[in-house]
Design a protein. Sequence first.
Length: 394
Amino acid sequence: MQSPNPISLSSLTPSLLTALEVCSDESVYAPGYIQPHGILLMLQEPHLRILQISENVEQFFGISAEALLGQPLQRLFSGDQVQRLAGYLAQDNLELCNPFQLKTRRRVAQTDWQQKNQIFTGIMYRMIDGLILELEPQQSSNSIHSTQFYHRLQGAIANLRNATNLKNMAQTLARDVKRMTGFDRVMVYRFKADDSGVVIAEQKQRHLESYLGLHYMATDIPAPARKLFCRKLIRFIPDVNYTPIPLIPSNYPLTDTPLDLSNSVLRGVSHYHIEYLQNMGVAGSMTISLLNDKRLWGLIACHHSSPKLVDYETRKACEFLGQFASIELVHKQEQELHFYRTRVKRIQNELQQTLLQESNFIEQVLSRNTFQLLELVHAQGAAISLDGHLTLVG
């Protein structure tokens, strides 16, 4: 989600609005670089030969990316670990194997040949022409036990089910995601029929300005980005001011085209989105999709004023919570819409009966039934214009 006022209103020319709306698929899906908090390898099955790799591999393994091209994965990890990964490839759904741990020994510094263990959280997924392996170094050994995640999710799900209305449910969702992740601000953002959006819930640090109730143009999120939010349910940017890490070689060798990073957790970010986040004073960001069937219903947007590294397990827990919340939010929305339609029909019938009895006194009938009239149009105030005469109600 972008800044509430990233551009001055006087500068919103037709050409600029067109530029905001136009966003190529390639710039979103295949930017040619990743974020630096992990390593990406494109492997060729069945021998797991390295065809493409992120340039920062040398930082973690002390071997240049160029020297690893064409080499087996065993150049980086032990034979037992590579054999274990090869066993995972027999699974129809690799997602069932993710995440997993890989260990290696690396140099502490360029000038220091002392080595120590480095543990990575790894995930794998298939592309049409190969297999992608992504590695994120574990920052500490104080990982949260799976049962703690279960209890956190159990509590969050119970809170959603106990919510009395859509507004309360969205606010509960924002609160629980903030508790799970520790972001400074968590918002629930809902799309309207014209693809514009509005912030319907917010949990934030007290000193921050509120964005609750702010509306955003449809151009805030270009069409290719919307498609990707439907396909990849979580987007994580731990450091907005990161230095992009290029892939070596720049194109995927088997097709000589930019590598599709649609499913990548490390995928680089459009510089337009980075600029918007910087304008908001955001240094770390995470976005979770909320879907209605296969359409984008809304987003959970998390912002932090300093870089914010969230571990893979917490991100997956938030993704699962987003999937559950999507079902509950859409169901609650349909309930409220049905209740509203029933109430509107009843009010229409009541007003119609009154008007039939007092057809010459339309203005007086509407004025006397102010509450019903405002509820009918879902407003706090209204203006009645009849025969050139204006009456204000509410």
